[in-house]
Design a binder for this molecule. Structure first.
Ligand SMILES: *[C@@H]1O[C@H](CO)[C@@H](O)[C@H](O)[C@H]1NC(C)=O
Ligand SMILES: *[C@@H]1O[C@H](CO)[C@@H](O)[C@H](O)[C@H]1NC(C)=O
Ligand SMILES: *[C@@H]1O[C@H](CO)[C@@H](O)[C@H](O)[C@H]1NC(C)=O
Ligand SMILES: *[C@@H]1O[C@H](CO)[C@@H](O)[C@H](O)[C@H]1NC(C)=O
Ligand SMILES: *[C@@H]1O[C@H](CO)[C@@H](O)[C@H](O)[C@H]1NC(C)=O
Ligand SMILES: *[C@@H]1O[C@H](CO)[C@@H](O)[C@H](O)[C@H]1NC(C)=O
Ligand SMILES: *[C@@H]1O[C@H](CO)[C@@H](O)[C@H](O)[C@H]1NC(C)=O
Ligand SMILES: [Cu+2]
Length: 575
């Protein structure tokens, strides 16, 4: 495996990253490169919370290896499945223009890589800079199969902010004492909500506030005066998280691999799937400080993991402070209450693109999608343990998404395999109702189907994502594959085109790949469908995805050669 050399970056002090970044002067003059990696998916024993269990990892690392590239580079990653589960890997936020077969969601763009098999993902990074990540996209394997994907500017260009002298990837995760696939299996069997996690983690470690965890607590070392770029990724399976650091202000400079107008915050919020880049000035008394994350949960009376994960930010000069009588022991930062939606709203309202952007103003496809939970009535018994003798479900426009089995959606489209999907996904809800009000029980049960929405190449799309109060209003981090989109508006209650359209931000809306649709509210996104393929859009809370909170777009070919779906690679995994 090639270690990537980053000439525009100052030498890392090595302590905090634990990575040796070799400074290769020659690469400063190189243009786009092809970077080859091998990912061996395998079971590895890991000890957390006083017990050891077998964990599915990549190359035995948890979290998995950090991929580093520059805008314009091509990544070639051979994934070898040495585990006993089917697996596929998604490169979250990469557009995959011209390489839809490399996107990764199982049964959407490929069949899974079966035990003993391998598949090589090849894709080029085009006009993207910032922090993304990669993760398994096969059942709940992403609980442990994930890592950072960092995209540096092209050679000769740099960040639109002061050059940090240290960069730290921070991956927030969720840990179960049991195998997460057993947790999933049990939830699918009973129809009830899955067991909540036993811990949150920072770079794989729960931190000082959990049993038997203190020894493993992650420490990041900084020098007084350092300007540090934290690349924070919410890799948790099912939970939005607040993140903060005692006594330090965070300057938000990017989200989902797009820059934004810098603003400061003491707490940031990330839905699963989202990333946030923040600058931190190490300008406090040299000592140890906690960074901490815990749940933001918007659904009422729903069980959640109410624990707090911590890591330590330690000034290298801290021992000198001890001599002056300043204790080393870190203090906990103040985190918002688990249901503090006000803080979440205030944070997301501040996110704006750095300059005026090119938002589509004429719209060809005006879509209105309700996103929310639901249930299915069932015969009381062990497989009917959802609320009041039901099984949980979730849907978009009342369609609960079912993955095909005999071929992936992309393959079925490309090879004209009949009977795999239909293209009648509704553009608007089949029934109009008071989405966020007291919804009649007659509306709570969705239909199941594998329905796609077909888009002409280059159509300008607007989607109103409207939360519903069916079972419980809840915020849903909606992720679109294959595209970034502009978030032109957000609000609470039912979207009202008459009132709300006038307030859209068509000047400098933030660009993202995952939008947290406010609890009991709505978000409006716009993008141009210029990337042919089959692209999943789904809630990034895996419990909701399991229940069907997903749909797919089928984007037709354009006319030029670069606007066609190319044939699948030869090692493409069969079903
Ligand atoms: C889920 O939680 C219940 C209650 O605590 C426990 O009995 C069960 O074993 C757990 N299941 C899994 C798969 O962790
Ligand atoms: C969460 O835990 C804190 C203590 O850490 C406690 O004060 C609070 O009541 C708990 N909240 C819920 C909803 O369980
Ligand atoms: C948050 O939860 C607490 C109790 O856990 C409750 O007293 C408070 O009203 C809730 N706040 C909001 C905004 O729902
Ligand atoms: C379950 O039934 C009880 C009693 O009829 C009712 O109060 C509650 O709202 C119901 N819950 C759901 C989720 O339907
Ligand atoms: C919601 O509507 C049902 C009838 O559809 C009614 O029985 C119930 O009282 C209403 N609940 C509230 C809180 O308005
Ligand atoms: C969803 O479809 C089912 C079956 O047609 C229907 O009973 C239910 O009322 C619909 N719900 C909504 C919100 O459209
Ligand atoms: C693994 O993938 C193959 C091919 O799609 C499928 O036949 C098999 O059922 C999958 N195994 C599991 C456990 O899902
Ligand atoms: Cu959701």
């Amino acid at each position: 495996m090639k270690a990537y050399n980053l000439c525009h970056k100052p030498r890392c002090n090595g302590l905090s990253l634990g990575l040796l970044i070799v400074f290769d002067f020659l690469s400063c003059f190189a243009y786009a490169e092809t970077l080859y990696h091998e990912f061996v998916v395998e079971a590895t024993p890991q000890k957390r919370l006083c017990r050891t269990r077998s964990v599915i990892t990549v190359n035995g690392q948890f979290p998995g290896p950090t991929l580093e590239a520059r805008d314009g580079d091509t990544l070639v990653i051979k994934v070898i499945n040495s585990a006993r589960y089917n697996v596929s890997i998604h490169w979250h936020g990469i557009h995959q223009k011209g390489t839809p077969w490399a996107d990764g969601p199982e049964y959407v763009t490929q069949c899974p890589i079966q035990p003993g098999a391998s598949y090589t993902y090849r894709f080029t990074i085009e006009d993207q800079e910032g922090t993304l990540w990669w993760h398994a996209h096969s059942r709940w394997l992403r609980a442990t199969v994930y890592g950072a994907l960092i995209i540096y500017p092209k050679p000769g260009s740099s960040y639109p902010f002061s050059m940090p002298n240290l960069e730290i990837p921070i991956l927030l995760g969720e840990w179960w004492n049991r195998d997460p696939l057993d947790v999933l299996r049990q939830a699918i069997f009973t129809g009830a909500g899955p067991n909540v996690s036993d811990a949150y983690t920072i770079n794989g470690q729960p931190g000082d506030l959990y049993r038997c965890s203190r020894k493993g607590t992650v420490k990041f070392f900084v020098n007084f005066g350092d300007l540090v770029l934290l690349r924070i990724i919410n890799a948790a399976l099912n939970q939005q998280l607040f993140f903060t650091i005692t006594n330090h202000k965070l300057t938000v400079v990017g989200a989902d691999a797009a820059y934004n107008k810098p603003f400061t915050a003491s707490v940031i919020i990330l839905g699963p799937g989202q990333t946030t880049n923040v600058l931190l000035s190490a300008d406090q008394t040299p000592r140890r400080y906690y960074m901490a994350a815990r749940a933001y949960t918007s659904a009422q009376n729903v069980p959640f993991d109410n624990t707090t994960t911590t890591a330590i930010l330690e000034y290298i000069a801290a021992p000198c402070s001890v001599q002056k009588g300043i204790p080393l022991r870190p203090t906990l930062p103040r985190l918002p209450a688990y249901n503090d939606t006000t803080t979440v709203t205030a944070f997301s309202r501040q996110l704006k693109s750095p300059t005026r952007v090119n938002v589509p103003t004429e719209i060809d496809e005006s879509l209105f999608f309700t996103v929310g939970l639901g249930f299915v009535n069932c015969i009381p018994g062990p497989q009917c343990q959802g609320p009041n003798n039901t099984r949980f479900a979730a849907s978009i426009n009342n369609v609960s998404f079912v993955l095909p089995r005999k071929a992936s959606l992309l393959q079925a489209y490309y090879q004209n395999i009949p009977g795999v999907f239909t293209t009648d996904f509704p553009a608007v809800p089949p029934v109009t109702f008071d989405y966020t009000g007291n919804v009649s029980r007659a509306l709570w049960q969705p239909v199941f189907g594998t329905k796609l929405y077909q888009l002409e190449f280059s159509s300008r799309v607007q989607i109103v994502l409207q939360d519903t109060a069916i079972l419980a209003a809840e915020d849903h981090p909606m992720h679109l594959h294959g595209y970034d989109f502009y978030v032109v508006g957000q609000g609470f209650g039912n979207f009202d085109p008459g009132r709300d359209t006038a307030n859209f931000n068509l000047i400098d809306p933030p660009q993202r790949n995952t939008i947290d649709v406010p609890v009991g509210g709505w978000a409006v996104i716009r993008f141009v469908a210029d990337n042919p393929g089959v692209w999943l859009m789904h809630c990034h809370i895996d419990a909701h995805l399991t229940w069907g909170l997903a749909m797919s777009f089928l984007v037709e070919d354009g006319v030029g050669e670069s606007q066609l779906i190319m044939p699948p690679p030869e090692d493409f995994p069969p079903c």
